[in-house]
Design a protein. Structure first.
Length: 167
């Protein structure tokens, strides 16, 4: 695999920046209206929701008001890209296909527990519901993306140790 840069100086010039929010020097995650932001500040900002002091709407507060560094919504901050999920419309950190963590988790669970026909295996439907509705979908996404989960999902249903409950 070829590097897009020839020297360490080129790498430094192209990929390394001081974070506009915390001042730490390193790889940047995004270029926002207030400058380059590191992954830590990026992820923290994309988990901040509330009432925007600029417009009064309940939204994602990823921007910062220049005057007092108060969190404001992406529209008031002048963001050029949307952080809304294409599936559910929730604003926040987006994953593959511009989907939020919860929608990405639901898709990965469906893929993982697929019976080969595009449906979740019947005996695993309760597990799929539990995983998709977890309080912290990022933890669930990390687990379903692991090799252990993939190997576990490929076992025959009888060997999974799950019992069907009768009503």
């Amino acid at each position: 695999m070829d590097r897009p840069y020839a020297t360490a100086e080129q790498y430094e010039r192209w990929f390394i920046r001081d974070c506009a929010r915390c001042g730490r020097r390193g790889n940047f995650a995004a270029r926002w209206p207030d400058g380059h932001v590191c992954r830590t500040c990026h992820d923290r900002a994309l988990r901040t929701h509330g009432r925007c002091p600029g417009c009064g709407h309940e939204r994602l507060l990823a921007g910062l008001r220049p005057a007092d560094q108060e969190p404001i919504c992406t529209s008031c901050a002048g963001f050029s890209s949307s952080h809304a999920c294409v599936e559910c419309g929730q604003e926040g950190k987006l994953h593959a296909g511009r989907r939020c963590t919860r929608c990405t988790l639901a898709r990965r669970v469906a893929e993982l527990l697929d019976d080969g026909t595009g449906r979740i295996r019947l005996e695993l439907a309760p597990l799929a519901e539990l995983l998709a509705s977890m309080d912290n979908p990022l933890s669930g996404l990390a687990w379903v993306s692991s090799r252990r989960a993939f190997r576990w999902s490929r076992r025959p249903a009888a060997g999974l140790g799950l019992r069907r409950t009768s009503n």
